[in-house]
Structures are given as structure tokens and as C-alpha cells.
Design a protein. Structure first.
Length: 256
């Protein structure tokens, strides 16, 4: 869908290019200073044996880089969406129109829309920070810190990224709260993670993200349509989808 619209693709690639350059410089600076930074953070290990001190500091360095990448990816999406908001809304709109049954754009004041987007973005960043803290501590555990922690970081990062990328399509359907997005993702957990985790990993590579981001925006719109079928009623005994009214309750019949 994106490659058939090269002009839109190139315009959509410009905001992630700018953000990628800024974040790449920050990541290179972090990696270049990781040894003195880790040594400064672990003065208690100076008197340990070389093997234990090295193990702890390597583990801490891995966790620092992993947590930084997690924060950068979430921040990357937020900043890029803010820079290219009209372009990505256009991509989402064209995807909706091509697939049919496109809802009307949400009619609300621009300031209110911007404030809501900022509030949701800040909430996602705070969630990512709150998640990074226990992962940071778990990184000190032998083996677990080098195996389980990166996997959990990727799953959490993918989940939060998915919540960002489905936002435009959800808002078009009047689902304006962050918990509406999480509820939609939970209904199709494997499908959501199957889209969001590869997107998260690709967006973790700064200049690959330039190519991926416009397509990820389109993919988020397609995913959102699958999470919230516009006319599909809930099955008997199943909770209604976010934004859908519950089916009318039938009165019990009296008599034979």
C-alpha cells in the first residue's frame, strides 16, 4: 500500500529520519561512555574479584542499553508521530478508504486533540519507565539478566508501540482513551504482538526505521480494523468490543 504511493512514502519517511539522527547520536554517546558510567554506578564492586565485578558490570551495561533502547523506541514513536502527524493521518485515511467502510474523521478542536495525544504519549512513556526499573534490577541476576530481560523488554516495548500505532484508527471510531487501545490489543494478543514486536525490533534500528515507519503506520491501521470490526457483534456470553454497545437484554419469557 505504501510503495504504491511513493510521494506519501517519502514524506512519511522524513520525520523518522530526523528523529533517527537525534537518537543515534544519543545512543552512540551512551555506548561510548558505558564503561565509565557502569563503573561509576557500581563502586561497591571495586573490591570484588575480577570475575564477579566484570559479570555485574557487563550485566548492568546490557540492561542500561536495553532500557535506553526501550525508552528511545517509545519516545521515537511519540516524537515522530508528533512531527509527522498530518502525514500519518493521511496514510491512515488512505488505508481506511482502500479497505472500505472508512469512518469519518473525528470532529474536535485541534487543541483538545493535541492535548489528548500529549497526555497519552506521556502516559506510555511513564509506563515504559516504570517497566524499565524492575528490568534494570533483574538485569543483575546471572543468566536471567542476559536472556529473559531482553525478551521481556522487547515484548513490553512491542505492546506499547502497538498502542501508539493503532491510535489514529481508534480515535476515528471515537475510542479516545488509552485503555480502549489496550483492551483492543488484549482481544487479539498474539496477532497484536505478531505485528508490534517485529515493528519494535525494526524501529530499534535507527535508519531502518525511516523505511519502516510509514509502513508501520499503515500496518497499525490494518491491525486496528482487525481488532475492532466495525459491524461485528459480540458472540453470546462475550464482552462487547470497546466502543460497541452491549446487545439489548431480552426479557425472560413467561409461560410455557
Amino acid at each position: 500500500m505504501i510503495l504504491r504511493r511513493p510521494k506519501l512514502f517519502l514524506l512519511g519517511a522524513l520525520p523518522p529520519l530526523i528523529t533517527s539522527i537525534l537518537f543515534l547520536v544519543a545512543l552512540i554517546a551512551l555506548v561510548a561512555q558505558i564503561d565509565p558510567l557502569v563503573s561509576w554506578m557500581t563502586p561497591f564492586a571495586d573490591d570484588w574479584s575480577d570475575g564477579w565485578a566484570t559479570t555485574v558490570r557487563v550485566a548492568l551495561g546490557i540492561v542500561l542499553v536495553a532500557a535506553s533502547v526501550l525508552l528511545m523506541v517509545i519516545g521515537f514513536t511519540t516524537i515522530t508521530l508528533a512531527l509527522g502527524s498530518p502525514l500519518y493521518d493521511k496514510i491512515a485515511e488512505e488505508v481506511e478508504q482502500e479497505l472500505g467502510d472508512a469512518p469519518e474523521p473525528l470532529d474536535e478542536p485541534l487543541l483538545r486533540s493535541l492535548m489528548r495525544a500529549l497526555r497519552i504519549s506521556l502516559t506510555l512513556i511513564l509506563i515504559s519507565v516504570a517497566t524499565a526499573i524492575p528490568l534494570f534490577v533483574a538485569g543483575f541476576l546471572p543468566v536471567v539478566g542476559q536472556t529473559v530481560v531482553p525478551v521481556v523488554s522487547t515484548l513490553v516495548g512491542g505492546w506499547l508501540l502497538g498502542a501508539e500505532l493503532i491510535g489514529s484508527a481508534f480515535e476515528r471510531r471515537g475510542l479516545l482513551r488509552l485503555r480502549d487501545r489496550f483492551a483492543g490489543l488484549r482481544r487479539r494478543r498474539l496477532r497484536s504482538l505478531g505485528f508490534a514486536v517485529p515493528a519494535f525490533l525494526l524501529l530499534s534500528i535507527p535508519f531502518v526505521a525511516v523505511v519502516v515507519f510509514p509502513a508501520a503506520t499503515a500496518g497499525g491501521t490494518i491491525l486496528a480494523r482487525g481488532l475492532l470490526p466495525p459491524t461485528l457483534p459480540p458472540r453470546p456470553g462475550q464482552a462487547p468490543l470497546p466502543g460497541q454497545a452491549a446487545p439489548p437484554r431480552q426479557s425472560p419469557q413467561v409461560g410455557p
